[in-house]
Ligand binder design. Structure first.
Ligand code: AMP
Length: 286
């Protein structure tokens, strides 16, 4: 049996109100669909910790800039439902797949603008992105009335942005970050990987490989921020067709840049274009 699919806020509210009355704990997994094993790891984490898992599937227009890939972003609802069904927990999962007009009805005009963690890195290269993310995520928190929301470390800065507005606006929810799920060769799973040609897919390994090399460099005793950055850039920029947006060596909680000397734990975040496809990846070195 497929998990229950609802399209309206009212249908979702009816389900979660009953859940709350019955004392069931609610988990939320926000996604834009095109589900892969990374998304499913979040759903599994929610199934393990809660009694009801709401998986939202919504390609959120407000987090895409006009030049970005909103129109071509993969929309695969039947396959997504089959992937959720494969987890064998149909009675616990509700898939919430609203239309844009359900999320942003006529007259909608309120946005959540986060400072702090939202400003650097993605905030510089995609200046309207986190406003769209924070707005839709807060709406999903309110609609689902979840106790815990599950996000992937794949979007590390996004998790910090969400933690910031949850703290700043006293939102009564717990945020859990789950590890990055990778392909066997190390590439971080992403819905956007399907844009890559076989050749670009191979080239994309420079992201995870350069991060792994940086981890080894730090673990072997290198404490120079500049040297670690140089080693990563040498790998990423070896092909002149690769365009790097940023290589950031930062404190995990604040995303503040490290000084000359690396102090652990340290996060290293990358964003770059491989054959016109923008990919991100990161590691935390403890
Ligand atoms: P998206 O559909 O890209 O908006 O992602 C929805 C959620 O899945 C976000 O919390 C992502 O961080 C998470 N996610 C995406 N890819 C991965 C991955 N490879 N491993 C773990 N979580 C992921």
């Amino acid at each position: 049996m497929k998990p229950r699919l609802v399209h309206t806020v009212q249908e979702l509210r009816d389900i979660v109100e009953q859940d709350r009355q019955a004392g069931r704990k609610i988990g939320l997994v926000p996604t834009m669909g095109a589900l892969h094993a990374g998304h499913l790891s979040l759903v599994k984490a929610s199934l393990a910790k809660t009694d009801r898992t709401v998986v939202s599937i919504f390609v959120n227009p407000t987090q895409f800039a006009p030049t970005e890939d909103f129109d071509k972003y993969p929309r695969t609802l039947p396959e997504d439902l089959a992937a959720l069904e494969s987890l064998g927990a149909d009675s616990e999962i509700v898939a919430f797949a609203p239309d844009a007009s359900e999320m942003y009805p006529e007259g909608f005009d309120t946005y959540v603008t986060v400072g702090g963690a939202a400003k650097p890195l993605e905030g510089t290269f995609r200046p309207t992105h986190f406003r769209g993310v924070a707005t839709v995520v807060l709406k999903l928190f309110n609609m689902s009335r979840a106790d815990i929301a599950f996000f992937g470390q794949k979007d590390f800065q996004q998790v910090q942005v969400i933690r910031q507005f949850v703290r700043d606006l006293n939102v009564p929810i717990q945020i859990q970050m789950c590890p990055i799920v990778r392909e066997d060769d190390g590439l971080a799973m992403s819905s956007r990987n399907r844009y890559l040609s076989p050749e670009a897919r191979q080239d994309a390994l420079v992201l995870s490989q350069s991060l792994e090399e940086a981890r080894q460099l730090i673990q072997s005793g290198c404490t120079s921020t500049a040297e670690v950055e140089r080693s990563i850039r040498a790998k990423l920029e070896a092909d002149p067709d690769h365009k790097v947006d940023y290589v950031a060596i930062v404190a995990p909680d604040t995303l503040d840049p490290q000084g000359e000397t690396i102090v652990k734990p340290v996060s290293i975040l990358l964003a770059m274009y491989i054959a016109g496809v923008r990919l991100i990846d990161n590691i935390v070195v403890k």
